[in-house]
Design a protein around this ligand. Structure first.
Ligand SMILES: Cc1ncc(COP(=O)(O)O)c(C=O)c1O
Length: 395
């Protein structure tokens, strides 16, 4: 084993937390109000303004938001929802938890975006919704997906967990009023530690989502205890969940969201540096650019390995990079072949072969605004050492 390219470990992701966020969280802690309250309301307002939509519902995670949406759409036993085979598993899991069935659609091998033609083939009389991902921060082909759905009564819900700042054919993702889910998990382009936002333009749906977000009762804790009139009593309209965002989280979001443009510009610079440096290396290729206009949010920098030419599996490659003190991520393995889905529905690799091939050969390189150019150089240096070592010893 050669000397590591750097002495300290470079994580795959690290949140960019600055003094504004820290002071705002401390302000909440000192204020006597740390759960859902005025800062959540302000953060929702900022988000509505940013997207130009009428409704933004802050929740404890994008997964929780999806659960609320599935419930509000009345999806349940006997229904089907189409999810890409390469996505975060919670998107499929929530469908299963509702009693409906998650049906997996194939992805394009060069971009990992959902394949609209394959999605069309998987539509049935039972399909109630589809939830494509804007993968890695590039946009999926929403127009093609809408065309595939046609005039069937099927909801298109956008998974924009990676896509804060993405645009699709000049339209900001989430700005058009379709139900769109954002995540503020610690690795995301804007973070609140954990957290999510549901955006839409439907006031009635939003009211239902707000109700379901907090137990199904008509007034949350802030409304009942802020001394702004009224009593502590409430009505309970239907059993709901406990998926509210905290003021402590919104305090971070209030300072993160205004920095999105700066953060994403730095992500773009770093991604361009990877592009330039990796262009000289064999066996490691970034995902292709989508074949339509899309501003990339550069949430992830995903590369695909030619594992055959390398004579190494993806996991062996990841281990070799870790020995050089370079951390990596995996977004994502093919979900339809994970044990629960494989055993419950009998899925095989042949059901979504691109997803299986890609799920076994991709990895995500470190990418976050406070990375240094020299960190990118270290990553590429480590990759080139592993590639050259293996290709020179492999016939
Ligand atoms: C594509 C995608 N969808 C949904 C989620 C769920 O987001 P959260 O962790 O906020 O529930 C993630 C999380 O990483 C994701 O990557």
């Amino acid at each position: 084993m050669s000397t590591p390219v750097r002495p300290d470990f470079l994580p795959f992701s690290r949140p960019t937390v600055e003094s504004g966020e820290i002071n705002e969280v401390v302000d909440s802690m000192n204020s006597g109000w740390i759960t859902t309250g005025p800062k959540v309301a302000r953060f929702e307002g900022l988000f509505r303004e940013y997207l130009g939509v009428s409704e933004a519902i802050a929740v404890s995670s994008a997964t929780a938001g999806w659960h609320l949406v599935v419930k509000a759409l009345g999806i349940g036993p006997g229904d089907e929802v189409i999810v890409p085979a390469i996505t975060w598993p919670s998107m499929a899991n929530i469908v299963e938890l509702s009693g409906a069935r998650a049906v997996f659609a194939e992805v394009h091998p060069d971009t990992l975006q959902i394949d609209a033609e394959d999605l069309r083939r998987r539509l049935t009389e039972r399909t109630r919704a589809v939830i494509p991902v804007h993968f890695a921060g590039a946009a999926c082909d929403i127009d093609a997906i809408e065309a595939a759905i046609g005039d069937r009564p099927i909801k298109l819900v956008e998974d924009a967990a990676h896509a804060l700042g993405t645009d699709y054919r000049g339209r900001r993702v989430g700005s058009e009023g379709r139900i769109t889910l954002f995540s503020f998990h610690a690795t995301k382009n804007v973070t609140t530690g954990e957290g999510g936002m549901i955006a839409c333009n439907d006031a009635a749906l939003a009211a239902r989502l707000r109700l379901l977000r907090f137990h199904g009762i008509t007034r949350d804790t802030w409304a009942r205890s802020s001394g702004k009139g009224g009593t502590a009593d409430f009505e309970l309209l239907e059993p709901g969940y406990k998926y509210n965002m905290l003021d402590l989280q919104a305090a971070m979001g209030l300072h993160q969201l205004p920095k999105l443009e700066r953060f994403n510009a730095r992500r773009a610079e770093l991604a361009a540096r990877y592009d330039r440096l990796l262009a000289h290396l064999p066996c490691v290729r970034p995902l292709a650019t989508v074949p339509y206009a899309s501003q990339h949010a550069h949430h992830l920098y995903v590369v695909r390995l030619d594992t055959q030419a390398l004579g190494l599996s993806r996991d062996e490659f990841v281990t070799a990079l870790a020995q050089h003190n370079i951390g990596t991520g995996l977004h994502f393995p093919a979900i339809h072949l994970k044990q629960y889905y494989r055993e419950r529905y009998g899925y095989t690799a042949a059901d979504c072969p691109n997803a299986v091939l890609l799920g076994n050969s991709i990895l995500s390189l470190p990418l976050y605004p406070n990375l240094l150019d020299t960190d990118i150089d270290d990553v590429v240096n480590a990759i080139s050492k592993v590639v050259l070592r293996t290709t020179s010893s492999h016939p």
